[in-house]
Design a protein around this ligand. Structure first.
Ligand code: SF4
Ligand code: SF4
Length: 178
């Protein structure tokens, strides 16, 4: 997995233009079955992906902590919400609460999440590849392909399954080595 994660930013950079073009076309005319297809591609990719061997999202980016997340997690630690904010969070340029540091403070040595049951909603939903109207979050997806190998593979699979006129010419290798 280390090799894959090391190569991922460059692979994402190399394919960025093609991916951007694909999403621009997709947004103009999303297929009717897009939600069902995304569910299928997401399930397929994550049936082959062991996030515990990766954890690159938790190591490199911060989720947004909503007020509800902060309330829930502070309660879990039996501390006041303000104390939780002071200890772990800062406010980013978009005015969201995010972690002060990366990797995430709550990431265990074995890549497990120490607050799994109460983790932020953004962590529960990451990388959002099974959400409805997936074409509407292309900006964030274009960033996620450089962080998450599963997202990279899902976008490549989309390009093979949805004809926007920007599809890759031949089959591409899966980017996991699994
Ligand atoms: S809270 Fe848990 S799932 Fe979310 S970034 Fe931290 S370790 Fe990862
Ligand atoms: S970066 Fe993607 S594949 Fe890696 S742990 Fe996060 S969700 Fe799983």
């Amino acid at each position: 997995m280390d090799d894959i994660l090391n190569q991922l930013p460059q692979r994402a950079k190399d394919t960025h233009k093609e991916h951007k073009k694909f999403f621009t076309k997709l947004k103009k005319k999303p297929p009717k079955h897009l939600d069902a297809l995304m569910m299928e591609l997401h399930e397929d990719e994550f049936s082959k992906t062991d996030c515990l061997t990766c954890a690159n999202c938790c190591k490199t980016t911060s989720p947004i902590f909503t007020d509800k997340d902060i309330f829930r997690i502070a309660k879990h630690f039996r501390i006041k919400e303000q104390k939780f904010i002071e200890n772990y969070l800062e406010v980013d340029e978009d005015n969201f609460h995010v972690l002060k540091s990366a990797p995430c403070t709550f990431l265990g040595a074995d890549n497990s999440c120490m607050i799994y049951d109460v983790r932020p909603k953004a962590c529960q939903e990451y990388p959002h590849t099974n959400r409805r109207n997936f074409h509407k979050i292309s900006e964030i997806t274009l960033k996620n392909v450089a962080i998450c190998p599963a997202t990279f593979n899902i976008v490549e699979a989309m390009r093979k399954r949805i004809d926007t006129g920007t599809n890759p010419k031949g089959p591409k290798e899966r980017f996991t080595g699994r």
